[in-house]
Design a binder for this molecule. Structure first.
Ligand code: NAD
Length: 497
């Protein structure tokens, strides 16, 4: 079993089926609250563990531990700080198969997708290993006779992140490796729905030599998040989740003067022009819409066929979606796993029902999908609507499940206008063989992550990740140079000797 026991702190790290501990000041410690939520395998219903709903006192202890660790960690040379991350990278690679299996068990996504998620996480650790160079300042001699000016980047203290369930390994790694590499200390509040695999990552960080208190983990929900937002010693927060919560986090963190980056939800449009390669476009659209069972912020939600592209792409997508095999992600032949919970399944099914009532036409209905050998899984099959419009809830709201709309417009301009009727601005894609059309699209899209003949426009670790409009609240995004900016303050020194 993946959650191996480790006796490094005062507490034993729990086995699967046991209760998770918080990780505070280098010790695995029980929450002061006795309320727990079950963590289950969404394909089988098997109980994998229980996660504590930590209290304000737990959060206070974690922030204090992080605060105490800050002075020594800050003065540890950057090259030594990143040596821990180099070792972590090697450990993540050594245990990659186990971690991917654990992730599939608690999240449901196919094992290959779990492995790909882990890889994207590792790439952030690799990028953070470059901090000794990335964190350098600038100098200009003789800004006036005999006077020099320089900027230096300094860490600020304790940072925190609250992360979602859909990429529970990768998304925390968008944040804490950069924060600690730049000399800050950290408190992570992972998703309460699937916290097990990242808990294992934390044990590997400990094994890699991360000193006590530099990274702390407090499990929980709203109460823990509120306590982090209200704690005066937390200098900045990173949030990833639904837009409704992201908006609230942004407002609350800003009100108390914290740095904040809050990444929210999405409704991504994929535009297919008549000159596109229809087979390639349909293949990419299918993967974008239905991989991870549609539970990703970069999933394509609406295919917009321009003119004569519409019918061939629609038909290919519906045929391809109908052939996807649903099942346990540990089975290599499976294309699509379950959604995370019965509650989330109910939400997705609710949207499908509403869409049918609002007048959209169901070309493929996944509501009745089952996996006979796994009767307790949260199954919903690929679902495709025709005639979805931004006037309908299914056309403008994030469904976050395997539900795709297909719609027709007459021109690229009309496609862009349709996309702009939606509040979200996370990602978009165009499929075309025309460089001119692609350039026009890039110029007018007004959306932060743009794919050209790419269905999931996921920036790699050295580029910024984050949306615009209703999908992002803040200015500095995750990853890339933005991460270094977010976790450091530039101080200017003007000297005369
Ligand atoms: P969520 O908003 O329900 O939860 C995210 C985090 O916020 C969790 O840690 C949760 O415990 C906490 N939380 C939930 N409700 C809260 C509240 N009322 N007050 C304080 N904290 C609260 O999101 P989720 O269901 O875990 O994840 C799915 C969402 O995340 C989707 O909307 C998806 O688009 C979004 N997402 C966005 C990106 C991106 O890069 N923009 C990436 C991944 C996921």
């Amino acid at each position: 079993m993946i959650i191996a026991s480790s006796e490094t702190g005062t507490k034993r790290q729990p086995e699967v089926g046991g209760r998770l501990c918080n990780y505070i000041g280098g010790c695995w410690s029980e929450s002061t609250r006795s309320e727990f939520l079950p963590v289950t395998n969404p394909a089988t219903g098997e109980l994998l563990g229980e996660v504590p709903m930590s209290s304000r006192a737990d959060v206070t202890a974690a922030v204090e531990a992080a605060g105490q660790a800050f002075p020594a960690w800050r003065s540890t040379p950057a090259v030594e700080r990143v040596r821990v991350l180099f070792r972590l990278k090697m450990l993540l690679e050594r245990y990659a198969d186990e971690l991917a299996e654990c992730l599939t068990r608690e999240h449901g996504k196919p094992r290959a997708e779990s492995r790909a998620e882990l890889q994207r996480g590792i790439e952030n650790v690799e990028h953070a290993c470059g901090i000794p160079t990335l964190m350098m300042g600038e100098t200009l001699e003789d800004i006036a006779p005999g006077i020099d000016c320089e900027t230096i980047r300094q860490p600020l203290g304790v940072f925190a992140a609250m992360t979602p369930y859909n990429f529970p390994v990768m998304i925390p790694l968008w944040f804490w490796p950069y924060a600690v590499a730049t000399g800050n200390t950290f408190v992570l509040k992972p998703s309460e729905q699937d916290p097990l695999t990242h808990q294992r990552v934390v044990t590997l960080a400990e094994e890699a030599g991360l000193p006590a208190g530099v990274l702390n983990v407090v499990h929980g929900d709203r109460e823990a998040v509120t306590a982090l937002l209200e704690h005066p010693d937390v200098q900045g927060v990173s949030f990833v989740g639904s837009s409704q919560v992201a908006r609230m986090i942004y407002a609350q963190a800003a009100a108390t003067g914290k740095r904040v980056q809050a990444l929210g939800g999405a409704k991504n449009h994929m535009i297919v022009l008549p000159d596109a390669d229809y087979d390639q476009a349909a293949r990419v659209v299918l993967s974008s819409a239905f991989a991870s069972t549609g539970q990703r912020c970069l999933a394509g939600s609406v295919v917009v066929g321009v003119g004569e592209a519409y019918e061939p792409v629609r038909d290919r997508v519906v045929d391809g979606a109908a052939s996807l095999r649903l099942g346990n992600g540990l089975d290599a032949a499976v294309d699509m796993g379950p959604v995370i919970s019965a509650r989330h399944r109910g939400r997705v099914v609710g949207y499908v029902e509403q869409g049918a009532q609002e007048g959209a036409h169901l070309l493929l209905d996944g509501r009745g999908a089952t996996v006979p050998e796994l009767p307790h899984g949260h199954w919903i099959g690929p679902t495709v609507f025709e005639g979805m419009t931004p006037g309908m809830a299914i056309g403008r709201e994030e469904i976050f499940g395997p539900v795709l709309g297909v719609t027709r417009v007459d021109s690229l301009r009309e496609a862009v206008a349709l996309m702009h009727k939606i509040e979200y601005g996370n990602a978009t894609s165009i499929f075309t063989t025309s460089g001119r059309a692609a350039r026009e699209f890039r110029y007018r899209a007004g959306i932060s992550m743009i794919g050209v003949n790419i269905g999931v426009a996921a920036p790699m670790a050295f580029f910024p990740f984050g949306g615009s409009r209703g999908s992002f609240f803040g200015d500095l995004k995750a990853q890339g140079r933005d991460a270094i900016e977010f976790y450091t303050d530039r101080r200017v020194v003007i000297s005369r000797w």
